[in-house]
Ligand binder design. Structure first.
Ligand SMILES: [Zn+2]
Length: 74
């Protein structure tokens, strides 16, 4: 039996970080550089770029983040 050494076997949970650009809220994953989800505030249109990740991304349906000032990276 041959086992893949890929670490994508486990469904990890990644917490996305959202920021607002115009009418769009853009969520990016700090782990998956390829992953990006964009939500239009006005039309509710959602655009997802999954990249190579199979992880479950949390925060993609979070309410609009109004104050970026609350973010602090320690
Ligand atoms: Zn991710």
């Amino acid at each position: 039996m041959r086992r893949q050494t890929s670490s994508q076997e486990h469904k990890a949970e990644h917490h996305c970080i959202g920021h607002k650009e115009g009418d769009w809220i853009i969520f990016i994953c700090p782990v998956c550089k390829d992953y990006q989800r964009q939500i239009n505030c006005v039309t509710k249109q959602v655009t997802v770029r999954q990249g190579n990740s199979n992880a479950v991304h949390i925060g993609s349906h979070a309410p609009v983040i109004t104050t970026m000032d609350n973010f602090s990276i320690n």
